[in-house]
Design a protein around this ligand. Structure first.
Ligand SMILES: [Zn+2]
Ligand SMILES: [Zn+2]
Length: 419
C-alpha cells in the first residue's frame, strides 16, 4: 500500500457487485471469486500476462535391443565431486535470511516494516490495523477483504518489496494452496514426530509467531546422472533421473531443504500477480549467483546420493568415485515456488546448532534441516496432513530410484544389473 506512506489511505473493498459478499482472490483462476453467488471477475492485465508459457522438453530414455542408451551422461566431470567451499558455505547456511542484506537491503527493510495503519473498517466501522506491506487484508470483525485501491484496479504493486532486481522477477508461479494455519499444523506434526531432534528449539511455538510466506525463484530442468560408487556391496555404476527438477536461482534459501519439499505439481502453473496476494508474502527475484548456479546440482547430488542408495538398494556405506550429469532446461522455465519457512532462531556462533523449517505452500509437505557443527546434517520430513491430489496427467516432479548399470558396447549401451 504505497499511498499510505505519504499519509493517504485509499482502500478498495473486495465485495461482490452482485450479492455484496466478500470476494476472494484466486490465483489459479486469475480473478476474484464470490463463494456465495458464483460471480467471477478477472484480475487486471499486467506485464506478467505476456510471459511465455513453459515448454517442457523431455527426452525419453532410449532403449535399443534391451540396452539403455546413456549417451547424455557419457562425459565425466571431475568438478562434480568437489565439496562446497567450506567457509563461504558455512556462512551462507548459518546466516539468517534477513541478514543477507548486502544483496538488497532496501527491500528487506521495506518488507520488515512493522508499521500498522490505524483505520476503521469501511464495511463494519470497527478498528482495523493492516500492515503497510499487506496487499490484501481481512477485517477480523466482519470478514470483509480490502486492498489498495490503485493496486486492485491496475494490478500494479509496490516494487520496493521485491528482493533483488525487479526485471529478474518471474512472471509465472505455482499459487499457494496451503493456508498459514495449515502450514503451522504441518510444522506441529513434524515437531511431534521428531521430538528428540528438535531438543531446545520449540518449532511449534515459533511457527505461531515467526512463520513467513515466500515465493522462491527456480528454473525447471530434467536432471539425469550416472555415478560410480564403491560401497559395502561392491563398486558399480548407477543411473538415476529427476524430471522437472527445481533448480534454485537464489542463495537466500538452503537448497538442500528446498529440495526436500518436492514433488511439486506443475499442472497448476499460473501468472504471478503480487497485487492480488493475500497477507504478507515475500517476493524474491532470480539472482545471478555465478559459479554457485552450476555447482548447486552437484552439491545436492553429493548430499542425497547416500540416502537414495540406502533406501533404493540397501547400501549403508558408499564413496562417490566418478560422476557425470546432464541438465536439460525446459524452455521459458523460470517460475516461483510457494513456501512457508521458519528461519534459524538467531545468528549462530561457531558451535551452535541451528534449525530451519520449510513447508511446501502447494502440498503441505514439511521439512526441517538441523545443522550442527560437529555432526552430519539431519533432515526430517513430514508428509502433508491431508493428502494433496496432483493434477491428472499434469507435469510434476518425478524421481526414479537408482538403477545399477554396466557398460556393454557402443554407442553408450548399458545393461541393467543386479547387485
Ligand atoms: Zn456474489
Ligand atoms: Zn469490518
Amino acid at each position: 500500500m504505497t499511498d499510505t506512506r505519504e499519509g493517504k489511505v485509499s482502500v478498495g473493498v473486495l465485495a461482490c457487485n452482485k450479492c455484496g459478499a466478500p470476494m476472494y482472490p484466486d490465483m489459479e483462476k486469475g480473478g476474484f471469486h464470490c463463494a456465495y453467488c458464483g460471480e467471477f471477475f478477472s484480475f487486471a492485465l499486467t506485464d506478467a500476462d505476456f510471459t511465455p508459457g513453459m515448454t517442457f522438453r523431455h527426452q525419453p530414455l532410449q532403449e535399443i535391443d534391451g540396452y539403455l542408451k546413456l549417451g547424455h551422461v557419457a562425459i565425466m566431470d571431475k568438478k562434480a565431486l568437489q565439496p562446497p567451499p567450506s567457509v563461504e558455505w558455512h556462512m551462507r547456511r548459518t546466516r539468517l535470511v534477513d541478514k543477507i542484506r548486502e544483496y538488497d537491503e532496501a527491500a528487506l527493510n521495506a518488507i520488515n516494516d512493522k508499521t500498522y495503519i490505524d483505520m476503521n473498517c469501511p464495511h463494519c466501522g470497527k478498528k482495523l490495523t493492516p500492515r503497510l506491506t499487506d496487499n490484501i487484508f481481512t477485517c477480523p470483525h466482519c470478514g470483509q477483504k480490502f486492498g489498495d485501491f490503485g493496486h486492485l484496479s491496475t494490478g500494479d504493486f509496490d516494487e520496493a518489496l521485491i528482493v533483488g532486481r525487479k526485471y529478474n522477477f518471474d512472471g509465472k508461479c505455482l499459487p499457494f494452496n496451503i493456508k498459514p494455519s495449515e502450514a503451522r499444523q504441518a510444522i506441529s506434526a513434524l515437531g511431534r514426530q521428531n521430538r528428540n531432534d528438535f531438543l531446545d528449539d520449540d518449532i511449534e511455538a515459533r511457527a505461531e509467531t515467526e512463520l513467513i510466506a515466500a515465493y522462491v525463484p527456480v528454473q525447471l530442468a530434467d536432471f539425469r546422472w550416472k555415478y560410480e560408487v564403491s560401497s559395502d556391496r561392491g563398486t558399480f555404476w548407477f543411473y538415476q533421473e529427476c524430471l522437472n527438477w527445481a533448480w534454485v536461482c537464489t542463495l537466500m534459501f538452503d537448497w538442500y531443504l528446498l529440495d526436500e519439499l518436492a514433488p511439486w505439481d506443475y499442472g497448476k502453473i499460473s501468472i504471478m500477480k503480487p497485487a492480488y496476494l493475500e497477507g504478507n508474502v515475500r517476493l524474491f527475484a532470480s539472482q545471478n549467483i555465478g559459479e554457485w548456479q552450476a555447482a548447486i546440482p552437484n552439491y545436492v547430488l553429493q548430499s542425497k546420493i547416500p540416502y537414495w542408495l540406502r533406501s533404493g538398494l540397501g547400501i549403508w556405506q558408499c564413496k562417490l568415485l566418478q560422476a557425470s550429469h546432464d541438465l536439460r532446461k525446459h524452455k521459458f522455465a523460470f517460475l516461483l515456488l510457494p513456501i512457508y519457512f521458519l528461519d534459524c532462531k538467531r545468528e549462530a556462533g561457531e558451535n551452535d546448532r541451528q534449525i530451519r523449517v520449510m513447508v511446501n505452500g502447494q502440498t503441505g509437505k514439511a521439512a526441517a534441516l538441523i545443522l550442527s557443527p560437529r555432526e552430519r546434517d539431519i533432515i526430517r520430513t513430514a508428509e502433508p496432513i491431508k493428502p494433496y491430489v496432483f493434477t491428472k496427467g499434469g507435469e510434476r516432479t518425478i524421481l526414479s530410484p537408482p538403477m545399477p548399470v554396466k557398460y556393454v558396447k557402443s554407442p553408450f549401451l548399458h545393461e541393467k544389473i543386479r547387485l
